[in-house]
Write a protein that binds this ligand. Structure first.
Ligand code: SF4
Length: 98
């Protein structure tokens, strides 16, 4: 499935095939699922999803990907990016559709 496109299984309630979803969906995780952030930071609410992994030279590598156009531009998103950078994480971002 191409990035930034709706999945055929997506429905109003979430996933119409949740019980038999593919392994890629079953094993995917993000910072919010792993316990980071508040309820308002859920990716569809924040407009940004954070993926956190060990950095290639130590520390953390944080990737922020917009879940909607302009998601990176909110004050909340920018504050979170600043917080990650304050932790000396290697931060990269991806605009919606880019
Ligand atoms: S969990 Fe996977 S199969 Fe279900 S809607 Fe999301 S991308 Fe599609």
């Amino acid at each position: 499935m191409a990035a930034f496109t709706d999945c055929d299984h997506q429905c109003e309630a979430g996933c119409a095939s949740y019980g038999s979803r593919p392994d890629g969906c079953r094993h995917y995780t993000c910072a919010w699922i792993d316990g980071w952030g508040a309820k308002s930071d859920r990716p569809d609410r924040l407009g940004l999803i954070f993926e956190v992994a060990p950095g290639p030279v130590g520390g953390l590598a944080v990737r922020g990907v917009e879940t909607r156009p302009g998601g990176l531009d909110s004050d909340a998103a920018q504050a979170h990016l600043d917080d990650w950078r304050a932790l000396r994480a290697q931060v990269s971002v991806q605009r919606y559709g880019a």
